[in-house]
Design a binder for this molecule. Structure first.
Ligand code: AMP
Ligand code: TRP
Length: 336
């Protein structure tokens, strides 16, 4: 049966291999057989300080990345969140359904707010309610995300259930399922196999950006952290060697080959061999995406058109749902 898919990516610049293997690659394979909506979540981006010019550019860049990775805007709906006002409207309603106690458990808030919580934006605190609004507006049945977003999906489910209870409308909001890939759900830093690859890491060497050229990729992989043991023959031996596990996961995902097979192929070889092979496949799979992103960014008119078409389609679904939400809540609908 066809699934209704919704997912979002923040336009915060420089998408990396973790975003690609953890999320976007999966978006592309899902679009073949399902109804998919992919959103550039600019409202979420401003929960931390953004430079307005950069936010504008990054919105185009994330859109270009979606297209370059293989999303088809005629098949899937691609749009930016702020262009459909129902997201902000529904988020307000959900702010009033969701509980402070639930927000207080969110690990992403704790991580992003850091030591100075009093100074974090209120938007950052209620970020999960806006994310729930995104998903529930479109009756999404499945939400593909990286493992770090699992907690937000659980809150979305709680919010949907509470709304349905509070307003006595069983099954009105659809309780969505997360779609988290079992393998390579977390791509780790090249410098520390226990830390996730992230755009907020100060070291450029910790990540492969989708815009990196051949030489940059080769150099980063060459300098990636390793150990000195030969490559093992069993999956169980990987858990004590997180850096090796990470590189093998990358290779497995990029080559669309099971981790077990990759381990078999590389058994007994040394790290340099794995790094050479990984560099080769990264250049083959990632460089064309980077080049396509650059090309698309030269055509802002086209990107604008893609988002415009997507926004119109998204608006027609979202506006009909928000109207029903307002009705459930009891807002007076004015007559003409
Ligand atoms: P963000 O850039 O934080 O909006 O993330 C966009 C998507 O990429 C989300 O689904 C994340 O779960 C996913 N993601 C981000 N970093 C990683 C990583 N290191 N490994 C796997 N998935 C990731
Ligand atoms: N919070 C997600 C992230 O940081 C982005 C996001 C916003 C999202 N709204 C969403 C993901 C709805 C899935 C569905 O990665």
């Amino acid at each position: 049966m066809k699934k209704k898919i919704f997912s979002g990516v923040q336009p915060t610049g420089n998408l990396h291999l973790g975003n690609y293997l953890g999320a976007i690659k999966n978006f592309v394979s899902l679009q073949k057989e399902n109804d998919c909506i992919y959103c550039v979540v600019d409202l979420h981006a401003i929960t931390v300080k953004q430079d307005p010019k950069e936010l504008n550019q990054n919105t185009l860049e994330t859109t270009a990345t979606f297209l370059a990775a293989g999303l088809d805007y005629k098949k899937s709906i691609i749009f930016n969140q702020s262009s459909v006002s129902a997201h902000a409207e529904f988020a307000w309603v959900l702010n009033c359904v969701s509980r402070i106690g639930w927000m207080n458990r969110m690990t992403q808030f704790k991580e992003k707010a850091g030591s100075n919580k009093e100074n974090a934006s209120i938007g950052l605190y209620v970020y999960p309610n806006l994310m729930a609004a995104d998903i529930l507006l479109y009756d999404a049945s499945h939400v593909p995300v990286g493992e770090d977003q699992k907690q937000h999906l659980e809150i979305t489910r709680d919010i949907a259930q509470k709304f349905n209870n509070d307003f006595n409308c069983k099954n009105f909001l659809i309780v969505p399922e997360p779609l988290i890939q079992k393998e390579f759900s977390r791509i780790m830093s090249l410098k520390d196999g226990k830390k996730k690859m992230s755009k907020s890491d100060a070291s450029e060497q910790s990540r492969i950006n989708l815009s990196d050229d051949k030489d940059t990729i080769a150099n980063k992989i060459k300098r990636a952290k390793t150990d000195s043991l030969p490559l093992p023959g069993k999956k169980s031996e990987l858990s004590s060697r997180p850096e090796l596990e990470n590189l093998m996961n990358m290779y497995s995902s990029l080559s669309n080959n099971k981790l077990e097979n990759v381990i078999n192929d590389f058994q007994g070889k040394n790290f340099a061999f794995l790094k050479d092979k990984l560099t080769e496949i990264l250049i083959e799979k990632i460089c064309p995406i980077g080049e396509e992103i650059k090309k698309l960014l030269n055509d802002a008119t086209y990107l604008n058109q893609v988002l415009k078409e997507g926004s119109e389609k998204a608006h027609s679904i979202a506006s009909s749902k928000i109207e029903k939400v307002y009705d459930k809540v009891g807002f007076l609908k004015l007559k003409n």
